[in-house]
Each structure stands twice: as C-alpha cells, then as structure tokens.
Ligand binder design. Structure first.
Ligand SMILES: [Zn+2]
Length: 451
C-alpha cells in the first residue's frame, strides 16, 4: 500500500477577460469543471475585487482565487490543465494580460500584505513578478504579466471570517450558442426573489429607478449574478428567479463585494488612482458642472491638503445631497483619487460620504419694524431702514442675521445600487450580524447537461 500524500494549493488568476465579452469568473467555472474530480475544494472560489480606480482594468477589477486539497503527485498535472484552460480561453488583445500564480502550503506574509495593498494602491507588474518568482510554487503569464497582480491578490486575500467581512455571489452562465443574444429573463421573478430574501440578498434592484440590475449588458457569458449573505440563500434565489432560456452552469463565489474592504485599509494619502478615506472640511460652495456632476473643494483635516471632491451624475439623490454642502461642513469622504494634469489638482471621486458636521450659515436682511412688526426696507445706502406700512424711519437700525435652514442632516450617504462600485457596502448590509464561519454547501456549482 502506498501512502497518498495530500497538499494544499492556493491558485490565483486574473486579467483573462477582455472587452469582447469573456469573463474571469466564466473561466473559473471552466477550470472547476476540468479539475473538480481530481481535487477537493476547501473554499468556494473567491471573487476578489481590487482597487476600482485602476483605469486600465475592465469590469471592476475582479480576480479569482482557489484553495484546494490535492494529491501530491497530481499537482503538476492540474497546473498544466489550468494553464491550458487559460490559453484556450484567452482572446489575444493588448489590454488582456492573463496571469496565474500557485502557492503550495502556507500563504507567505508578503503575499497577504500585497493583497491588502492591491485593494487601495496601484501595484507594479515588476513587483508582482518578483514575489511570484521568489515566493510562489509556480507562476505563468501571457503578455505583460499584469494578471499576476490580481492573481497574487486573490491568493493573499483569503477573507477569513475572523477578521474580514465577506459576501456571496451566485453567477449563472449562458449556453455559448446564445452569447450576444438578448437575455430572456422573467423580471417579475427577480422582484419576487428580492422581496422574499431581503435583507439576505442585495443590489438586485435599483432603489431609485426600480430597475432590475442582476444582468450584465452585451455579449458577456454571464446570464445574471445575485449577491447575498449565505450560500443557501443563493441557491434559494436561483430557484426563484426564472430565465426563459436554458442555463449552461452556475457557481457560487465567496467575495469581498459589498463589504467596503478597500476602505478598511485606505487612508488620507493623495496619490493618483489611490483609494481615499478621510475627514474633510468643505471650503467652497458646490459647483454643478455640465453633465450634472457636482464639484466642491475641501481641506483634508489630517494633512491639510486641498482637494476637489466630486459626485457624479448617475448617483442622483446622493449627488443632490452633496450639492447642499457648504463651507465649514465636515464629511468623511470615501472614494478614489484622480490627478488632473491640466489643472494640477487632485479630485476625490466619491463612492460614499458621511456628513459629520453641519455648519451654521446666515443671511442678512432688513430688521422688523419696532412699531408694527412688519419687515422694513432699506432706505438707501447708509440711510438705515424705513417701514412701508406705518412710515417709521430709523437711520441707525442695523440689518439682522437670520440662520439658514440647512437641507441636509448628519448621515451616511451611499449612491443607489446602479451607481455603486462592487466593493461598496450598501445600506441593506448595515446592521447585519457578522458571519462567524464559511458554510460550504454541497451544490455550490453545477454544469447543466443541455443537449
Ligand atoms: Zn411699521
């Protein structure tokens, strides 16, 4: 009898998607199908969203991580299988630079640190190559290797329930012969599902427009994705939502979507494309730009730097409330930093905003008549005031200051679901009980055998 030795592999990959309608989670399901009989998954595949402000990333900067148990002698064969799947799936494109990283055994601290930075910074391909070369069992890339960054980040960000919040997403996939055709979805079933499972599911429907948000647009292989708190609920959602075409597969991912994980590690540093979190005192009145964006100026309390703060048009109510801020008000700003070369200014593009202090503002007006209590009018420059009703005049009576009624209150503002970034924690998730563990359901993925 030979003793079969098992080992743990952590596998991360990224940047296999392209604008032509392929998707990294879809590749994940293809790989799971290939290797499932040879390995044991110890966790759901993780869909890790990284810094959303990276301009050269498509589709919300998502990478995939697997944690599997595998017999030692099968390790090389499984890695070869995964590389081949990436090569087959990949569509050559200068903006698509797939990367695969494999760690055997414990995850090195340097990779955990790297994954935290990937949430908030712009990381270099060179650094990821160095780490992959010296700390990983294997790595592989096509093109410039940019995908190694997300691959490492997906391995290091293990979403341990002890110290990180996490959510699930069940993603369903279309049959390949239907790619590019209109998705046939029974929208009523989505409203029904959301009503039944709330608050255990989120961002299915836009709060302001009532629009169903679960389907991507265009040629994407994804039919729909539903986000929520527990895997069992994801399966329940799957059973309620009706599609009018046969699905090809589904898979439940464990994710950092809807958790604010990037803000957990963010700070007040102002660098292009970095994630920002910090207290700001407003120093200007709002300006409304062409197209409806709202811009304010403010000073960062911690480092006294002046910045622009922007709320963009699709965020409707959010943007409207931001446009009511005035000098002296204080906010905690959460967003991405963008450098404007032409004006040499930095702008924080808000993803959420907490109003923490509302300053007093006054306007000056004529006093009330001391005789008849009617509002007086100015008698001319430096001539005091007169009363039109009773004729009373006083050349010394001063103007009075009246406090402006502010149309905002101290509150946390979050854009509606359709204008939200993947990582942003929506209102519905506030106040939910913290998850203590990862419950692994048996049917976490499935390939349908459509004939
Ligand atoms: Zn009067």
């Amino acid at each position: 009898m030979t003793l079969q030795r098992d080992t743990i592999l952590h596998i991360g990959f990224d940047d296999t998607d392209s604008l032509q309608g392929s998707c990294t989670t879809h590749l994940a399901v293809i790989i799971i199908e290939e290797i499932d009989r040879q390995v044991t998954f110890l966790d759901y595949p993780r869909l890790i969203r990284n810094n959303p402000n990276i301009p050269w990333k498509t589709r919300g900067n998502g990478a995939i991580g697997f944690t599997i148990k595998i017999a030692e002698e099968k390790v090389n064969q499984v890695i070869v299988t995964i590389k081949r799947s990436i090569e087959n799936y990949y569509q050559p494109d200068e903006n698509t630079n797939p990367g695969l990283v494999v760690v055997k055994g414990n995850i090195p601290e340097i990779i955990k640190e790297f994954s935290k930075r990937a949430l908030i910074e712009v990381l270099s391909i060179e650094e990821s190559k160095e780490i992959a070369t010296s700390h990983c069992f294997d790595h592989y890339f096509i093109g410039n290797g940019r995908g190694l960054i997300g691959g490492l980040a997906a391995i290091g960000n293990i979403l341990n329930p002890r110290n990180e919040d996490f959510t699930y997403e069940i993603i369903t996939y279309r049959s390949s012969d239907l790619f590019g055709t209109k998705r046939r979805l029974d929208k009523e079933s989505v409203y029904e599902m959301d009503k039944k499972l709330a608050p255990e599911v989120f961002n299915n429907i836009d709060e302001e427009t009532n629009k169903v948000l679960i389907c991507p647009a265009g040629p994407d292989p994804v039919f729909y994705g539903i986000r929520g708190e527990e895997a069992e609920k994801m399966l329940e959602a799957l059973s309620i939502v009706k599609t009018l075409e046969p699905l090809d597969a589904y898979c439940i991912f464990r994710t950092n979507q809807g958790t604010d994980q990037h803000f957990k590690y963010a700070d007040e540093r102002i660098e292009n494309y970095r994630v920002f979190k910090g207290d700001i005192e407003i120093t200007s009145k709002p300006r409304i730009l062409l197209g409806g964006h709202v811009i304010l100026q403010g000073i960062i309390e911690e480092n006294k730097k002046l910045v622009d703060i922007a709320a963009f048009e699709p965020s409707k109510n959010f943007k409207q409330k931001i446009s009511k801020l005035l000098p002296g008000d204080k906010i905690i700003a959460y967003g991405g930093v963008k450098y404007n070369q032409e004006h040499e200014t930095h702008t924080i593009q808000l993803e959420k905003c907490e109003i923490i202090f509302i300053s007093d503002h006054y306007y000056e007006t004529s006093p009330l008549c001391p005789k008849c209590n009617k509002r007086m009018t100015s008698a001319g420059l430096n001539k005091g005031h007169k009363c039109k009703k009773c004729g009373f005049k006083d050349s010394n009576i001063p103007k009075v200051k009246i406090k402006i009624v502010r149309e905002i209150q101290r509150e946390l503002l979050i854009p509606p679901a359709q204008a939200q970034r993947h990582l942003v924690k929506p209102h519905r998730r506030y106040g939910l009980k913290k998850k203590e563990s990862v419950k692994f359901v048996e049917n976490w993925w499935k390939k349908y055998l459509n004939e």
